[in-house]
Ligand binder design. Structure first.
Ligand code: GLC
Length: 679
């Protein structure tokens, strides 16, 4: 135990036989690798997912094992965590999932997922951290630091460019080098260089013609070369296709292949290639070193702490993430918060008021200890004071009578809370398929119009993990709250926000377009690709980078989120190392604000987006309280990737620093001259 890790790695390596070495680089069940009792190496357990510890399956099938000891705390979905814009909270969430992984005996947790939202339609947008690489990086680093602090390895996924589910196992992604470096790699780079992530998962898709789980350029040149990654690369499940490529192009652990375990590409065929001298023993030894390094680094060979499950702390963290994630998109005339002392009757309408979501989504689904649905949360919070009714209104089989009943319920109540949105059904927010459009399903648009016509005091709550169109009813609805998939405490968090116990502080981690055609990949007809290849024609202009540069008005902008109070910004002062400014809470509610800093390059040598997020700070202020905020500026704040020099460069020149409450609600700005760094 006292020996340094590398010495222990070399010692174990020297004592492993060839067969034992090969056994460590491929699975021996759906989620394990073989034990080597002779050397005290136990069976190693991997587990999904980013929202908590998945239920037990298998061991050799995806079917649930039907256990009663595999419940877990279900955190809100990944994009909800990003919507908190709170890296410290991401760290707390990572630590909770790490503690539960210890309790469930897991060594590698398969999260966070950090793939950039390139299209609103990607089925896994709900699992990831939105459209901006800087925000995704900060949330990923926090999450991984928290999880690995518990002695559990994180696995940042899916490297790289797994931005659609359509044809995900085969699609070939083509993009220019700047786009790769500035948009699709930063969160992985930060995970490796800032958080010291132990493992990285190769994606299913091809990148520039080669499968990502054994991709020479991504894994050998960039990840292990430029970034000096010392951990292990695990394949996505059934993402390996060739022994020679898997051996030589950066893969260290093969999982999920549809073959008998010893027949995996890194099983017998690999062993025979080494024995026959086709592949050097050093290639195998490097993979084994990386596996041993992660095993030893995460205490696999020693006793690990017992961890814990479903504690009050875990529940409180789940609720806090859900609360800080919710985004108040619209709130005219103080429609929210609701005052239970001034409401006699409240009609809750919509299938998502009672539908449970934590178990859905496929690999990120959780068998939750419990899940508080919105209606339950509202009843618990306001039930005794207010007469709460419920009407389903819509569902996968919306009939006219359901709509009529809902309209009657709306008419009879003082206030209506409509809870709609999406779910984890096929072609909605779910792994393995993409959405077919950005519309609300099941005739919700029609229903909302009818409800608000019957009762203008209608609050719309959206349970979803990706952008939806709202044009059919938004103007007529006084308030809209985006609640995401809120995990097992979601209903309690929602009720506390609706009744003002908590002030919403979430900000959009993605642009909500008015219509799908305004979105870059769709405007350029660059999704889902043709003949097995998708070309990222929009390049750097993903999300707000597109809308701002092309001057297209979104429905709601990146970074947008209202509050029950108001914040004022003043006294911006720029220095070479920081942007400083005051923020004061000028309203009556205590609340959180995310001050955002964007950089605009006035005369870029190469084309650049109109502005780029380069800093943010979440602060909490009581009414009347003022805080001086400082956001650091460094070379990275001004740099872009120069493909010719194969390097990030910050070139002297004129910039504008923009500070605001969203990407389009800029409160302060000033010019900034970047001078040549003193040699
Ligand atoms: C799935 C997912 C990946 C998950 C793995 C194991 O197909 O792409 O995110 O961790 O396989 O379930």
């Amino acid at each position: 135990m006292t020996q340094p890790i590398e010495a222990r790695v070399e010692d174990l390596l020297s004592r492993l036989s060839l067969e034992e070495k090969v056994a460590l680089v491929h699975a021996d069940s759906k989620f394990t690798t073989a034990a080597i009792p002779r050397l005290g190496i136990p069976k190693r357990w991997l587990s999904d997912g980013p929202h908590g510890v998945r239920q037990e399956v298998g061991p050799d099938t995806w079917k649930p094992a039907g256990r009663t000891d595999d419940f877990a705390t279900a955190m809100p979905c990944g994009i909800a965590l990003a919507a908190t814009w709170n890296p410290d909270l991401a760290q707390a969430e990572g630590a909770v999932i790490g503690e539960e992984a210890l309790a469930r005996g897991k060594h590698i947790m398969l999260g966070p997922g950090v793939n950039i939202m390139r299209t609103p339609l990607c089925g896994r947008n709900f699992e990831y951290f939105g459209e901006d690489p800087f925000l995704a990086s900060r949330i990923a680093v926090g999450y991984i630091r928290g999880q690995q602090s518990q002695g559990v390895a994180s696995c940042v996924k899916h490297l790289a460019a797994n931005n659609q589910e359509l044809e995900r196992m085969t699609i070939n992604v083509e993009m220019d080098e700047r786009t790769l470096r500035e948009i699709y790699l930063p969160a992985f780079k930060a995970a490796v260089e800032e958080a010291g992530v132990y493992t990285v998962m190769g994606a299913y898709n091809r990148f520039r013609g080669q499968f990502c789980s054994h991709n020479d350029y991504l894994l050998n040149n960039i990840l292990k070369g430029e970034w000096n990654f010392q951990g292990l690369v695990v394949s996505d499940w059934a993402a390996v296709h060739d022994t020679r490529e898997a051996s030589l192009c950066g893969l260290d652990l093969e999982m999920g292949t549809d073959k008998p375990y010893d027949e995996f590409f890194l099983g017998r065929p690999f062993r025979e290639a080494v024995q026959g001298g086709d592949i050097a023993l050093s290639v195998l030894d490097d993979k084994v070193r990386r596996n041993l390094r992660v095993m030893i680094g995460t205490g696999l060979l020693e006793g690990r702490p017992p961890g814990s499950l479903n504690t009050k702390k875990h529940q409180a963290t789940a609720r806090r993430v859900a609360e800080e994630a919710m985004v108040l998109l619209k709130n005219d005339d103080g429609a929210l918060p609701l005052d239970p002392s001034r409401i006699k009757s409240l009609a809750v309408i919509g299938e998502n008021a009672t539908r449970l979501h934590a178990h859905g989504g496929d690999s990120s689904g959780i068998k939750a200890f419990y899940e508080i649905a919105p209606l339950e949360g509202i009843l618990q919070r306001a039930g005794s004071q207010v007469n709460v009714t419920y009407s389903v209104g819509y569902g996968s089989d919306t009939g006219n009578d359901a709509i009529e009943r809902a309209v009657q319920a709306a008419k009879a109540a003082d206030v209506v809370v409509f809870v709609g949105g999406l779910n984890h059904d096929s072609n909605s927010d779910v792994e393995g398929s993409d959405r077919l459009d950005m519309k609300l399903p099941y005739r919700q648009d029609e229903l909302i119009q009818r409800i608000v016509e019957a009762n203008p005091r209608t609050i719309v709550v959206l349970i979803a993990g990706s952008p939806v169109e709202m044009g059919a009813w938004l103007e007529r609805v006084p308030a809209v709250l985006l609640a995401w998939y809120g995990g097992m405490e979601g209903g309690n968090a929602l009720a506390r926000i609706l009744f003002g116990d908590v002030n919403p502080s979430g900000k959009l981690p993605c642009t909500f377009p008015k219509r799908l055609a305004d979105s870059p990949a769709h405007s350029l007809n660059a999704y889902p690709g043709t003949n097995g290849t998708v070309r990222y024609e929009e390049g750097l202009l993903v999300g707000y980078r597109w809308f701002d540069t092309k001057n297209i008005e979104p429905l709601f902008s990146f970074g947008h989120g209202l509050s029950y109070t108001r914040f004022e910004y003043s006294n911006l002062r720029l220095s070479p190392g920081a942007a400083e400014f005051d923020v004061v809470n000028v309203g009556e509610h205590e609340g959180g604000e995310v001050a955002q800093l964007y950089v605009h390059d006035a005369h870029p040598r190469l084309a650049r987006p109109d502005k780029e997020l380069k800093g943010f700070r979440k602060i909490f202020l009581k009414p009347g309280e003022k805080q001086r905020v400082s956001i650091p500026l460094d070379q990275g704040s001004f740099a872009f990737y120069d493909s010719d020099r194969r390097a990030w460069v910050a070139e002297p020149g004129e910039f504008t620093i923009l500070v605001g409450s969203s990407s389009r609600d800029i409160r302060l700005q000033d010019k900034f001259t970047l001078r040549r760094p003193s040699s």
